[in-house]
Design a protein around this ligand. Structure first.
Ligand code: 5AD
Ligand code: SF4
Length: 451
């Protein structure tokens, strides 16, 4: 009987793509996917360490697998991703039932490492960082998953070293993938039925920056955009300091570029931004927002904001609220500051009390609650182009797709619509999704916005 693997993914888009690679390597070894950890011969957690809570969740999860290992000593338990990279050997010491720890640059070695674990019953932690050339040569060939939308990695790592952030420490230095390889990959994906790609990178719009002769991010985006039969392109995550005028112009000139940008603010206080080493002021940020709006009036913004950075005063926090109010984000992701190992910020002694952090966090959410839902409610009654992605999690034969702004819309329709851009009339707007109606006769209705 074939061996089964159980793979669970935490964290960001990078981990989603890495998990695809892990699953493909395991398929080559003859494994098939298990539907639960209980029936697996191999359990892999692909982990995230961006905040302490994320890391604690992973370790808690790993403890839950201990009884499975006791019941079946042949079971192999492996940990990959950012917690693996950060903790390495220490994870093996803390968790006696874990067999293998593999870091973010060592996914390609999984077959060999698993062989050693199984044949020699070794316990291994492999977390070496690789050099640029080796990493570039190791980009895996992407396979068709039958999905309509896919992520495409254009760069990896980060050189910014924001003082709160663990990413440069667990993902390594920034590398840009050759544009020819990116374009070839998107071409292949489109050939296998993909209709939308999201170009991903930790700092996606610094693409090409440290590679002489390479395209700029705006040029890469335009080249991807022009690939025939691609309906839509998105990108994430951009750094405000690297938003160029050429990238802003893309929103005016590229009709298939989705009208959304995720632009992490982190803080609206110039002093805190300086201490975070973000490389922009609130005024710089607002200027870019204004220029993006003038290039594309219907653009919607989303953001990440950290509350309670060490030394954040009430006045600093009010500056953040003011920027949130001025931009009018469709959504924000808010995080309580969490000290991370190896980063500079936690060395400071003026951390805030959890009560103050929580109180500010709640006020920020309250403000956003008055802004975001009103933006999404504007869609009710409009007919919008929707790229249909698949069957809805709501069940009941419903499908789901996304508008250009990225919000999920559930609606009733036949499976043959999957992969098509169709006009859907929005009938209700909820916290994280919208409800729509599709009539076939709608097909000729002129859609608002782009497809
Ligand atoms: N504490 C809290 N939030 C953090 N983020 C990154 N590092 C930390 C940290 N140490 C947030 C940032 C980033 C998002 C992915 O996670 O807002 O944009
Ligand atoms: Fe972390 Fe800053 Fe790099 Fe983003 S740009 S990954 S926040 S160091």
């Amino acid at each position: 009987m074939g061996q089964k693997f159980y793979l669970e993914t935490f964290g960001c888009q990078m981990n989603v793509v890495d998990s695809e690679q892990i699953a493909a390597l395991l398929a080559d070894l003859g494994f098939c996917a298990a539907s639960s950890a209980e029936e697996a011969d191999l359990i892999i957690l692909n982990t995230c360490s961006i905040r302490e809570k994320a890391e604690r969740k992973v370790v808690g999860h790993l403890w839950r697998f201990k009884p499975l290992k006791e019941a079946n000593p042949e079971l192999v338990i492996a940990v990959g991703g950012c917690v693996a990279q950060q903790e390495g050997e220490r994870l093996l010491q803390r968790l006696p039932h874990v067999d293998l720890v593999f870091g973010t640059h060592n996914i390609h070695r999984l077959p060999e490492l698993l062989r050693r674990v199984r044949r020699q019953r070794e316990r291994i932690a492999e977390v070496a960082f690789l050099d640029r050339e080796t990493r570039l040569a190791l980009f895996p060939e992407r396979r068709s998953t039958g999905e309509v939308v896919r992520y495409v990695t254009v760069m990896q790592g980060c050189d910014n070293f924001c003082t709160y952030c663990v990413v440069p420490h667990v993902r390594g230095r920034e590398i840009s993938r050759p544009s020819g390889a990116v374009l070839a990959e998107v071409g292949r994906l489109v050939g296998s039925g993909v209709r939308e790609v999201t170009l991903i990178g930790q700092n996606v719009n610094s693409y090409g920056g440290n590679t002489p002769g390479e395209l700029s991010f705006a040029e890469l985006l335009a080249a991807v955009h022009d690939i025939p039969a691609l309906e839509r392109v998105r990108f994430v995550t951009s750094h405000p300091k690297d938003i160029s005028q050429r990238l802003i112009d893309c929103y005016a000139t590229l009709p298939r570029l989705c009208r959304h940008i995720h632009l992490p603010l982190q803080s609206g206080s110039d002093r805190v931004l300086r201490e975070m080493r973000r490389g922009y002021t609130a005024a710089d940020y607002l200027d870019k927002v204004a220029r993006l709006r003038s290039a594309c009036p219907e653009i919607r913004f989303t953001s990440d904001i950290i509350v309670g950075f060490p030394g954040e005063t009430e006045a600093d926090f009010l500056d953040t609220l003011a920027v949130v109010q001025e931009v009018g984000y469709a959504d924000i992701y808010t995080f309580l500051y969490s000290p991370r190992p190896g980063t500079q910020a936690p060395l400071r002694s003026d951390g805030l009390s959890p009560e103050v952090q929580q109180e500010r966090f709640d006020r920020l959410l309250e403000l956003q609650e008055r802004i975001g839902p009103a933006i999404w409610r504007q869609d009710v009654g409009r007919t919008l182009p929707l790229l249909v992605e698949g069957e809805s999690r709501q069940g009941g034969g419903q499908l789901f797709g996304r508008t250009t702004w990225g919000r999920i819309v559930n609606f009733a329709g036949g499976r043959e619509l999957i992969g098509q851009v169709i006009p859907v009339t929005i009938t209700a707007s909820y916290r994280n999704s919208q409800l729509g109606e599709y009539w076939e006769s709608n097909a000729s209705v002129r859609c608002y916005g782009q497809g």
